[in-house]
Design a protein around this ligand. Structure first.
Ligand code: KQY
Length: 368
C-alpha cells in the first residue's frame, strides 16, 4: 500500500532525476473528452496509440483509461501495452500525473502536486478537474509508491524541467501566473521547488511558446537533454512573436551557469511552419461552456521541443512539415547520438493543446 508522507523529498534525501536517466516505465492516459478532441476523440486516440506503440518498443507503457473507454482502448492498443482502469478529466499525464523522485539506494517516491487544470477559476481550461487531481494517488497506489502531497501548492509536471543534478528550468509566465499560487512570492515558489525536487537553482525564462494555453509551459520551449545540455525551440523569423520569446530564452540560457557552475550548451530546434486549425477540425470539437473553444484559423503552439526521452530512444512530434520535421530529426540525432530518433505524426495531439511530452510521464528505474 502507498502512504502519504508528511516531510519533503529533500528532507528524506530524494531528488527528481533527469528524464534521460533510466526509466522503469511510461504512464499515459487515454483521450476521450469531445470538447477538446475532435470527432469523438477517435483521431486523438489513434495518435496516442501510435505514441504508446513507439515507446513500448523500448520500455513498458501503462495506459490509464476511464471505465467507459476501457474496451475501446484495449481494442486500439497493441497487446504489449498494459491497460488499467482510472477515471480522469483529460489525458495529460505529464501534468496531472505524479512527479517521481528517487534516493541514492534507488527507492522511488512521488510528488502529488495539487492540480487545477492550468489555472483553476482564473483561467483553467476545464471544470471540474477532481478526477485528474486524484491520478497521482492512484498511479502510486498501483505501484506501492509513497507520496508527498502538496495541498495548497499547484503545479503541473510540464511546467518544470530538471537536470537531476540540482538545476530546474521554468517560465515566469506559467509559475507566476494568477491561476496557480497567487499568494506566493517568486522566492517562496523557488523554495517549494527546492524542497520537493531537491534542486539548488532555478533558471527562469520569461516566456514559453506563443499562444500556449498552459500559460507557456517550459516543456514546450525547452528540453533538458543531459546535464548542461538544453534543446530550445527557435525561429529565425524576427517578425514572428515567437522570436522575442525564444531569443530572450536563448540569452538567459547561454548566460546563466547551472547549479554545478556549468555553462549550458544550447541546441536550437526550429519550430514548424505555423500550424492552424482548419474549419473541419474546428467543427469536429463539441463546444461546451467553460472549455477553451477551438476556432478555425487559431494558431497552435507547435514545437519540436515537446519530445519524450525514453530508454534508448527519442520520440518526437512531426507535423508533415516538408522542411522542419527533417531538420528537427537531424538536430536530435546530433544531441542524442546513442539513442534512436523516432518521429510520430502529432497534429491530433497539438490540436488538443499539447504534445508528446505532455501526454507521457516517466517512472524512474528504482531498485525497490
Ligand atoms: O501542454 C500541456 N501540457 C497540456 C495542455 C492541456 C490542454 C488542455 N486542453
Amino acid at each position: 500500500m502507498s502512504k502519504r508522507i508528511n516531510s519533503t523529498p529533500k528532507q528524506d534525501g530524494y531528488r527528481m532525476p533527469g528524464e534521460f536517466e533510466e526509466h522503469s516505465k511510461t504512464w499515459m492516459i487515454w483521450p476521450e473528452r469531445t470538447d477538446n478532441w475532435r470527432n469523438g476523440a477517435r483521431p486523438a486516440q489513434q495518435a496516442f496509440a501510435e505514441v504508446a506503440k513507439a515507446i513500448s518498443k523500448y520500455e513498458e507503457v501503462v495506459m490509464c483509461v476511464s471505465k467507459n473507454k476501457y474496451i475501446n482502448a484495449l481494442d486500439m492498443l497493441p497487446a504489449g501495452i498494459k491497460v488499467v482502469e482510472m477515471e480522469n478529466d483529460d489525458s495529460w499525464m505529464r501534468d496531472s500525473g505524479p512527479t517521481f523522485v528517487i534516493n541514492n539506494e534507488g527507492k522511488v517516491r512521488a510528488n502529488d502536486w495539487e492540480f487545477n487544470a492550468w489555472g483553476g477559476e482564473v483561467d483553467g481550461l476545464y471544470f471540474p478537474w477532481d478526477k485528474d487531481d486524484e491520478v497521482p494517488k492512484k498511479v502510486c497506489e498501483l505501484e506501492n509508491i509513497d507520496t508527498y502531497r502538496t495541498d495548497g501548492f499547484v503545479l503541473e509536471g510540464g511546467s518544470i524541467h530538471v537536470d537531476g543534478e540540482g538545476t530546474l528550468i521554468a517560465t515566469e509566465a506559467c509559475l507566476l501566473s494568477e491561476g496557480r499560487n497567487p499568494s506566493m512570492s517568486k522566492k517562496e515558489i523557488e523554495d517549494k521547488l527546492k524542497e520537493h525536487l531537491n534542486i539548488e537553482k532555478v533558471i527562469w525564462l520569461k516566456n514559453g511558446i506563443y499562444l500556449d494555453e498552459t500559460n507557456e509551459h517550459v516543456d514546450n520551449i525547452i528540453h533538458y537533454c543531459a546535464p548542461g545540455v538544453v534543446a530550445l525551440a527557435w525561429t529565425d523569423d524576427e517578425t514572428d512573436p515567437q522570436y522575442k520569446f525564444s531569443k530572450e530564452a536563448y540569452d538567459v540560457l547561454i548566460n546563466t551557469a547551472d547549479a554545478k557552475g556549468r555553462k549550458l550548451k544550447v541546441y536550437k530546434l526550429h519550430i514548424p511552419n505555423t500550424v492552424v486549425i482548419t474549419k473541419e477540425e474546428s467543427e469536429g470539437v463539441d463546444s461546451v461552456d467553460g472549455t477553451l473553444p477551438r476556432e478555425e484559423g487559431d494558431r497552435q503552439a507547435a514545437s519540436y521541443a515537446n519530445f519524450y526521452i525514453a530508454n534508448g530512444v527519442i520520440i518526437y512530434p512531426t507535423f508533415n512539415d516538408p522542411k522542419y520535421d527533417k531538420l528537427a530529426e537531424e538536430v536530435l540525432k546530433e544531441i542524442f547520438p546513442d539513442r534512436e530518433i523516432v518521429g510520430v505524426y502529432a497534429r491530433e495531439i497539438i490540436l488538443g493543446g499539447g504534445n508528446i511530452h505532455c501526454i507521457t510521464q516517466q517512472q524512474p528505474k528504482g531498485l525497490k
